[in-house]
Write a protein that binds this ligand. Structure first.
Ligand code: PMP
Length: 540
């Protein structure tokens, strides 16, 4: 929306804004139904006080040129341009689909139709769709494009991806998969391509029940619901439990998609400081009293991105606090089965005696991420509600991938696969650690995770992750900047490196590229900074 204002003019600013908008409505540039920006936003855009815009909108309202509606904000009102078209067509804000609907709108607008159903209209009457004005508030709460941009890079052939989030992909021959698929189709016939129940293919739920037993969880097939990836489960749980304004606690840092999901639902997200033993439960009691969160989201094993494992004492403390405060715990166990050394700790769900924990896990990190199969285990009344929600989202998870994964498990192939996977993931972790040690990244430190997929690196304060990322991408290697893992202001000096997706030779080459980018960024920063030994001026 372009409004010119003249600060030298004797006409008050609010009248200038009023006239600008009025002219756009009268000329048809701003069709009826056009959503005007909120007062604060327009005031910022024009560099005026909010009260100036409020006064302008008040004038426009009193002339009947604009209207305010709860939930829709302020819109241009129906205004007759003389031929009735603006009133009838422009005034419609409902969305009508298909030719029939288009025809209805055209007829209402008095537009002639040709034999193909296409309206013959005066093009000057039609204005571009104001898409940005039409997006819902919850969709606009999701602004971060870092991950989308990084995913786009994954298509570049020359790019070594330390930004990925999956295990080794190339250890299995596709022959096993082909064989299993043929067997599944032979056994199930057309049922393999028909619908399955929304809570999942029952034999797979039984197999998952056995698998979760290996994490110490006692859940029957009825206590398990299949999801189209565990991220879908987080979304369904957020829809089921979060009303706008509800508080959610997360570890800080945490999985960025969880942050986006909770935020889109209108949650107030509070990051709980974490260290190498996981979430700081010593801070929780006071915070729980103060904020009364509905949910606590945690990744106790091989946390994404930090690789931390929550200690047994903190697991106990977290559960007892949740029981006392009737707080739901969302336990995300995407990585728990990927342990390369040391002893496993029981999952929160395995320790949960009062049923506060909803447990999420996924085949994405174990088997075929593109199949999109994950699961949740929790009280049946919760699963029932989530099933109703899932029916609205995708009816059910695709049948064939569920059947294939089930068969994979029944034939003992998952166990064999996991053995190979863990060995290869561990090997790649060690290659990356070795290369980083040799790379001489002055001032940078990283962890040695006992499992999972990531190294969490702390850069020195003088190194900006964004500067390093742009140089790295030009050099052909990508990583995820740490800031995306924080719900609020982030300490800007971490990066996440995945060591499992690239092959060992790619890891070696990738670390070389990263180190070159590091040196270039360092040189550049030195050029513009005051220098380590320069005298600092007085700080007031
Ligand atoms: N939780 C965590 C902690 C993850 O890191 C991821 C994927 N990166 C997911 C959930 C989502 O996994 P899925 O592919 O099953 O949706």
């Amino acid at each position: 929306m372009e409004i010119r204002i003249d600060r030298e003019s004797t006409i008050p600013l609010y009248m200038q804004i009023y006239s600008g908008i009025r002219d756009m409505i009268i000329s048809g540039k701003m069709p009826a139904g056009y959503r005007l920006p909120p007062e604060r936003k327009l005031a910022e855009q024009l560099g005026v006080n909010r009260s100036t815009v409020i006064n302008a909108y008040r004038e426009l309202k009193s002339c009947g040129l604009i209207e305010s509606h709860v939930g829709r904000g302020t819109v241009a009102a129906i205004y007759s341009t003389g031929d009735g078209a603006g009133r009838a067509a422009g005034g419609r804000t409902e969305h009508m689909a298909g030719i029939g609907a288009g025809r209805a709108a055209g007829e209402m607008a008095g537009l002639p139709w040709d034999s193909t159903g296409t309206a013959q209209h005066d093009a000057s009457m039609i204005h571009p769709m104001p898409w940005d004005q039409l997006f819902s508030e919850s969709s606009l709460r999701m602004q971060d494009t870092t991950v989308r941009d990084l995913l786009k890079l994954s298509g570049r052939k020359d790019m070594i991806l330390f930004a990925a989030g999956v295990s080794v992909q190339d250890i299995d021959s596709l022959d096993d998969l082909q064989k299993i698929q043929a067997e599944v189709i032979k056994e199930h016939g057309h049922n393999a391509i028909k619908h399955v129940p929304s809570d999942g293919f029952y034999p797979l739920r039984e197999s998952i029940s056995k698998l979760t037993g290996s994490r110490g969880i006692n859940a029957s097939a009825q206590d398990i619901m299949v999801l189209s990836g565990s991220q879908q489960g987080l979304y369904l749980a957020a829809c089921a439990f979060i009303d706008p304004g509800d508080v959610v606690f997360v570890e800080e840092p945490t999985f960025f998609s969880a942050i986006h999901i909770f935020r889109a639902q209108g949650a107030r997200i509070i990051g709980i400081p974490s260290d190498r033993d996981g979430m700081r439960t010593d801070l929780l009691a006071a915070l729980l009293r103060r904020f009364r969160p509905k949910l606590i989201y945690t990744i106790p094993d091989f946390q994404n991105p930090s690789g931390a494992v929550m200690s047994i004492e903190r697991r106990q403390e977290l559960l007892s606090l949740a029981y006392r405060n009737q707080t739901i715990i969302l336990e995300d166990d995407a990585y728990g089965m990927l342990r390369y050394e040391g002893d496993s700790l029981p999952s929160l769900k395995a320790m949960d005696v009062h049923g506060n924990v909803l447990y999420f896990s996924t085949f994405s990190k174990l088997l075929f991420p593109g199949f999109r199969v994950g699961w949740i285990s929790g009280p049946q009344r919760v699963l029932h509600r989530l099933t109703i929600l899932k029916q609205m989202v995708d009816l059910h998870t695709s049948s064939l991938p569920q059947m294939i994964i089930d068969r994979f498990m029944k034939e003992g192939l998952l166990e064999e696969h996991l053995e190979k996977l863990i060995k290869e993931n561990r090997k790649r972790r060690d290659v990356m650690l070795e290369e980083l040690d040799a790379a001489g990244l002055e001032g940078t430190a990283w962890n040695k995770p006992e499992g999972g997929l990531y190294l969490w690196c702390r850069l020195p304060d003088w190194m900006q992750p964004s500067a390093l990322l742009s140089r790295s991408v030009s050099n052909g290697v990508s990583f995820v900047p740490g800031s995306v893992f924080y719900p609020g202001n982030a300490p800007a000096n971490h990066i996440r490196l995945n060591f499992t997706y690239p092959t060992p030779p790619e890891i070696r080459e990738g670390v070389k590229r990263l180190a070159a980018a590091y040196r270039e960024a360092r040189k550049e920063q030195k050029k513009y900074s005051v220098g380590d030994h320069a005298e600092l001026g007085p700080i007031l």
